[in-house]
Unconditional design. Sequence first.
Length: 597
Amino acid sequence: METFLLGEPLNITDVDVGPDGALYFSKGGRRTEGGLFRVVYTGADRRPEPADLLTAVLSQPQPRSAWGRARIKELRQRMGRRWSSQLRQAVEDHQRAVHQRLQALELLHVYGPPPAVNLLIGLRAEQDWELRAASTLYLGMYSTKEARDELIQRLNDPHPFVRRRACEALIRSGVFPGSSWFPTPADSVLPLLDDPDRFVRYAARQLLIRIDRNLWRDQALELSNYPAAAEGLLAVVQTATDASEVPELLSRELELLQQRPTDNNLLSLLRVLHLTLAKGSGIFDEDIHPLIGETLLSRFPSGSEPLDRELAIALADLNPPGTIGKLVAELNVQSHSREHQIFLVYCLRTIERGWTAEDFDSVVAWFEKTQAEGWKGGASFFGYLQLLWQDILRWMPPEQRLAAEQRIPSLNPPELEPGEAPLHRFRRENYTETLSEQELEEYLLFDPMAYGGDPEEGIEAFEKAFCATCHRFGDIGQEAGPDLTTIGSRFERKDLIEAILYPSRTISDLWEAEEIALRDGESLIGIVTRQTSDSLEVQVAGGAIVRVPVANVEARSASQKSMMPEGLLNNLSLPEIIDLFALLEKGRPSSSATADQ
């Protein structure tokens, strides 16, 4: 890399290339100096002018950009009737560079007339794979038998990108389960499920599930080599509309599991198994489900965290005897990452039966470790641990649960008061004790629980945070600052969060304060509401008006600080902050709605 252009600051707001080929960019925003600049190349090694119009259009830089399109339209108009014939000749001209032939093909497609089917078919024998791929793409724009037959042949192209393009083009040409034109998909598409290129396999499966499954389902279930076996099973599962198929699918998956696939192949097969179990939710086969569970338990642990996580998901669902013991043993392996340990608990929390007192004690010890070591993460991390803890507690016998809650009081939710919303659970009393401003910002922005709240309760929070001292919301508060009644319809949550947590970061022109230095060494920050030859009337924070004699003013300057003080949320608990945002965003409930409730 090399520096092309340097500025301090160079806060670019937009950049583009103009019709003249020069680079234009604008800068500014956020109270910084704005400007429009042009960068022109003046070096001696400029590209020579094209010899003719065709060469000019085929060598046009950035043909998909706005300025490139404008230039091409101008050249097309100048070429007149020669446009289409010369571009077709350029596509077939083996003496031209490949990129020019590709550009000629794209220009025909974009600006017309579209490349004919016979022209595209003729490119099948091209040595360069990019030309074959491009022509395959454009063949997908046609729904004729001739075009589709050609695309089916290209499923066997030697280059993987062309095979992928052929699958995509066939889908684009209009394939759906009722189609009768697709001959023997089991012979032409199924082999691609074993392609070394995973993108080809994905495209082939997407094509397959759009074809009448009666033409390929049985053959897909018979596949035994990987990755085709997993891909074929996945296609069958994805197209299954009746849960009655689930036992047959599980039986086939059990056969493949009992063949002891490698770890990588097992990983692919497990993901199909998960989908099958989800499709058959509520169905339990006494002959199949226990055998699948035992087979998977024999592979756990594998030593690979990605595979062990997929195994843990299936084991938690099937719960063969010994599952909890193995998961708990892995939980206590110190070399495992914290993420992996948390995932194991995430799976354990769903298992109701099979626990021993020793298993519970080991999991409680793990939670103790997270508190002793001060595990931290995003804004919702602590609440997530609390939720895991509560899920584990519900399976414990009453005596052991009470002892566990006494061992780790920090993870226990406060007792709910009569009529208190469940949202208040899992929250500490005051966020300043546990969350930084950044963590609070992330919590309010990304945690779903931060979007609950009660607007009616938010009125009390509005007053407790001193918002009502300067702002009006409906019929409450004062008008010393901006009216916030409709703030929720004018700003997104991230803007509200920034305005409250960092009020001086962006100050509205309408509410920009002045810093007035007085001759006695004091200073005053506020908005000058009235000025005479003798005095200034300054509205300070809280709405009070202070009269300052002009003779006492030493200097006046724009204040870099907002009149709105920082730390207004410090007086609120997290539930109160959530209620405050509910009020700002949803508005105050009407009196009639309150009466109906």
